[in-house]
Design a protein around this ligand. Structure first.
Ligand code: ZN
Length: 977
């Protein structure tokens, strides 16, 4: 096809080969509707599609975000209320979701199955252009917000899925800070509004404004459509034209995004943020520095800014990070480059600072930047950062995320704002430009222009306010109380009726006819055979070798699994601390910065992890291991081995001050992850009293570990000798040849090149043999309530079904989907207003039900008790059942990167999971019947009747329900107990 020729209403604007990603990109414009489309023609079988709209927030009500949720609740041709959930249940997708950024709403999908791909594309196009929101106001009530009043004398509340999702998002300090920084940098631009929705403002969104927003922004002329992969583009474009685009006319007025005028001088602001009521506010200040510069449409700038942040802050050799850390003025620090918004913005955040240290810290950062701009950056560091980025771009493997969507999404910023979308994908010229930084003061000039002489900048002091959440809550409660007091009797009963009607609407089951409109593959389309993971096992004198021959484009993936069966439980937290410290300590032959540069220059990354496996046959048999992970192109394998050994096994623990600083930093990081991951905290702590595995996970990465670090940090100054002793013991005793497993994943030829060089890695490995420790785990009956300054709950309940006489089966995967995507989704999210609901049945016999960002507590625990009754009377058509089965087969068949193939095969070997086990599970999934699901009612009832649960949530909710718990644990325990 030639330029300006048309097909299916699309005019070809240009075709460009992008060698870097083995693609030919064709850009089109749909003449009648004004839609733009890019088709990426390539051989990748994991096909991707996305339709995106520029959505400009006009206030803080979160209208773009609420609309993103709402359009997926039924449309003209697919009228079922839960279209999105139906697709989750029963499609072969490798990705399906929707997301709202500060200027764009995106609807991406991916699938390896051609028929499925077309189905998903059609459902998504229908949803965005013909949603049912115009005829069904209850969609906004449910997804956005509504007044909840269950009876005349009940309390008046706000409810809604996005309302609760955002209350959760506004619960973590880091999330609050990044939002407020953005608003501060853009006071007169739409970026100054909260596109996700500020819980305080969400209730101001009216139905009329909501519909207007859709009419204005969800028009094809404001849409960008992407098609990627080995697909029939002709068929796809015909469908897009015929069923959707040709029904719209381009109004000829494009929606532009207003610019923020730069400031006359940098701003200084002070903003409050909530901390725990009992927590001491001293030392809890945050300092944020923000700089806005240039435009996303600049070809080189967005990448250059990201690399600048990497150079300054993100590697062990980064000079600004080092200066902040060594000053001891902040417990942790990080920086981000938001380079996809119209006006790219860098933010630097210093965490947990004393008030009197704020100014010295700001001065230190400025003087360090001045120094770097004047004296120049270490060119070895610049080279290391550039090589590391180049490795990432060439490898082009992202775990569990379709490559095509990664490419499509990385074009969005430039495309939305009128730049060249394809420029970011053709990365050779970009890297060539960045390499100027090796010989010229390229990044130094950016430091001058962006960070030193830039007036569009702000310095924000975040001031901790103990109990601020309670104050906000009380304000909302009072407001609602006054509102109810001012309502007439008639108004009150009208509102109660409104709530009854809403619940009745939510409980309406979609008709068979509605459901059948959602296209479905048939079971016959499913491959009956489980995938095989190639492994070739060889026993060498010093280790077991696992070879995985795959197509890996010359990249070698190495893993070394060191057995830790001799580690006592009290040692485990130290093992985890060791893995954090090694990256930042000098080692026998290198300074830590120098070593980090060598690693980035020559390899694709080296890391050390503490991992826990359990035997498939005997799940109580747990195998903790140290895992060294490394990857490099085959010519660099020798260097990789040397650096991996150096990194993991030869650290020097002689710099006591740095060790103290790093332990405090680790504490700050784990604290942030607790505040972020309430769901994980609740599930792990619920299972800990009955599972050694979960108890160990807790003390090496969960709340138990956090509390260990709090105690340790408090006595660091007096107890540093003990710390050093522990770390030296780990180094001495944890890298031995005992049960050592080495795994290599690569092409045949690259494996052959790698094998003779293994000796370099093994050279420092000890020969000592240690007796394995016998761990006796005492089960406890303990229901725990955990509280923190958060505004939502995470409620987990579960147990062990092996102990109830049941065994693992593939049918549990189908059961799990039915419970979480059907019953819990309906009860906890649709009706309860929680953002999410999950369940799990693991091959080790553990089970949980859990809610995510949940406004409720006892009500949710009570819901779990009704699951058994739901199962007992469960019924569905053959088509419905096929849908659940297809969804689970899709999960089992998720396409693996070469690295993932190797990792899975290693896990199989270590846990004793055989190819026939995988086939058996698949057979069980494929043969699941309604009766099987019903038969599990007894099992679920037996587990629930043990009444074992844990909740992570707000202080008020947890304390109000104190009688439910055997113990209440504050997340922030008093330091130094
Ligand atoms: Zn959302």
């Amino acid at each position: 096809m030639k330029k300006h020729e048309t097909k299916h209403g699309f005019e070809l604007i240009e075709s460009r080969e992008i060698k870097e990603i083995k693609t030919i990109a064709h850009r089109y414009k749909h003449l009648k509707s004004g839609a733009e489309l890019i088709h990426y023609a390539c051989e990748d079988n994991n096909k991707a599609f996305m339709v995106a709209f520029k959505t400009i927030p006009e206030d803080d009500t979160g209208c773009p975000h609420i609309l993103e949720h709402s359009v997926l609740n039924g449309s003209k041709n697919f009228p079922s209320k839960n279209t999105f959930m139906e697709l989750i249940k029963g499609s072969m997708n490798t990705f399906i979701n929707a997301m709202t950024s500060s200027d764009t709403t995106m609807y991406p999908i991916a699938s390896t199955n051609s028929k499925d791909f077309v189905n998903l594309m059609r459902v998504y196009m229908d949803a965005v252009f013909f949603p049912k929101i115009y005829t069904e106001p209850n969609i906004l009530n449910q997804e956005g917000w509504h007044y909840e009043l269950t009876s005349e004398d009940a309390e008046l509340n706000y409810r809604g899925v996005v309302y609760n999702e955002m209350k959760g998002a506004f619960s973590s300090p880091e999330s609050i800070i990044s939002r407020k920084c953005m608003h501060a940098q853009f006071p007169d631009s739409p970026y100054g509004f909260e596109s996700g929705g500020d819980p305080e403002a969400i209730p101001e969104l009216s139905y009329g404004k909501f519909l207007d927003f859709h009419t204005k922004y969800y028009h094809p002329s404001n849409s960008k459509i992407s098609l990627y992969g080995d697909l029939d583009a002709d068929e796809a474009m015909a469908l897009l034209d015929d069923e959707y685009l040709k029904h719209f006319s381009d109004p000829g007025q494009s929606i532009s995004f207003p610019l923020q005028k730069p400031f006359g001088k940098p701003k200084h602001l002070e903003i409050d943020y909530p901390i725990d009521e009992q927590k001491d506010a001293a030392g809890q200040y945050y300092l944020a520095l923000n700089w806005t510069y240039g435009s996303v449409t600049d070809t080189y700038l967005p990448l250059a800014l990201d690399l600048l942040v990497e150079i300054l802050m993100r590697t062990p050799a980064s000079p600004l990070k080092k200066a902040i850390r060594e000053s001891g003025l902040a417990q942790d620090s990080y920086a981000t480059a938001d380079n996809e918004i119209l006006q790219p913005t860098i933010s630097l955040v210093c965490k947990q600072v004393k008030q009197e240290d704020i100014e010295p810290l700001a001065k230190l950062i400025k003087s360090e930047l001045k120094h770097l701009a004047k004296e120049g950056l270490d060119k070895k560091l610049v080279e290391a950062v550039l090589n590391s980025r180049e490795f990432f771009l060439r490898e082009a493997q992202i775990q569990r995320f379709p490559k095509g969507l990664y490419y499509i999404m990385s074009t969005t910023g430039a495309w939305q704002h009128g730049g060249d979308p394809l420029a970011t994908l053709a990365f050779e010229p970009l890297l060539a430009e960045m390499r100027k930084g090796l010989t010229e003061p390229y990044f130094e000039k950016l430091i001058e222009d962006v960070l030193l002489n830039n007036k569009h900048a702000s310095q924000i002091l975040f001031k901790p306010v103990p109990g601020l959440i309670a104050v906000q809550d009380a304000k909302t409660t009072a407001k609602l109380k006054t509102m109810k007091a001012g309502m007439s009797k008639a108004e009150i009963s009208e509102l109660v009726k409104f709530n009854k009607d809403l619940t009745a609407w939510q409980e309406e089951i979609p008709t068979e006819e509605e459901l059948e409109k959602i296209p479905l593959l048939s079971l016959e389309d499913m491959n009956p055979n489980a995938s095989l993971y190639p492994v070739d096992v060889e026993k060498a004198v010093d280790y077991t070798l696992l070879k995985h021959e795959v197509v890996a484009n010359g990249i070698v993936y190495l893993k070394a699994y060191f057995d830790l069966a001799h580690a006592e439980e009290v040692d485990l937290p130290w093992l985890r601390i060791y893995t954090y410290l090694v990256g930042w300590m000098n080692s026998q032959n290198y300074g830590f910065g120098e070593r980090s540069n060598e690693i980035d220059t020559h390899t694709g990354g080296i890391s050390l992890m503490l991992d826990m496996f359990n035997s498939y046959q005997d799940p109580d048999y747990i195998m903790p291991k140290f895992v060294i992970k490394a990857k490099a192109v085959k010519d660099k394998v020798g260097k990789m081995m040397e650096l991996a050994a150096e990194f993991a096994m030869k650290p020097m623990f002689d710099d006591h001050e740095r060790i103290k600083t790093l332990i405090r930093e680790l504490k700050a990081k784990v604290e942030a992850s607790m505040m972020h991951g309430g769901f994980q905290v609740a599930v792990t702590r619920m299972l800990s009293p009955m599972s050694q595995l979960h108890h160990w996970k807790d003390i090496t990465g969960g709340l138990g570990f956090y509390h260990f670090l709090v105690d340790l940090a408090a006595k660091l100054d007096t107890g540093i000798d003990h710390v050093i002793e522990q770390l030296e013991a780990v180094k001495r005793t944890c890298f031995t040849k005992q049960n050592l497993i080495i795994s290599i994943t690569s092409d045949k030829e690259a494996i052959a090149v790698t094998l003779p060089q293994l000796g370099i890695l093994l050279q420092p490995v000890a020969n000592e043999v240690y007796e394995p420790v016998e761990n006796h785990y005492a089960l406890r009956n303990f229901n725990e309530g955990i509280y923190a300054p958060v505004q939502v709950q995470f409620c987990a309940k579960g147990g062990n079904f092996f102990r109830k006489g049941y065994s693992y089966s593939g049918k549990l995967l189908v059961l799990n989907s039915i419970i979480s995507n059907n019953y819990l989704y309906q009860e906890l999210r649709v009706k309860g207003g929680a953002y999410g609901a999950m369940s799990s049945f693991t091959p080790s016999g553990y089970q949980y039900f859990a809610s995510y960002r949940d406004p409720n507590l006892p009500e949710t625990l009570e819901t779990y008790n009704t699951v058994a009754d739901f199962l007992r009377s469960f019924s569905c058509s053959k088509r419905e059942m096929d849908k659940y089965i297809i969804g689970e087969i899709s999960n089992l068949d998720y396409p693996n990167t070469p690295e993932m193939l190797g990792t899975k095969a290693d896990e199989d070997y270590i846990t004793g999971f055989l190819a026939q086990d995988r086939q058996q599970i698949r057979d069980e999934v494929l043969s699941t019947k309604v009766e099987d699901i019903r038969a599990y009612a007894d099992m679920v009832e037996a587990i629930m009747s043990k009444n074992h649960f844990a909740v992570f949530g707000s202080e008020a909710k947890v304390k109000d329900n104190a009688t439910l718990f055997n113990g209440i644990t504050p997340l922030f325990k008093t330091e130094g107990v």
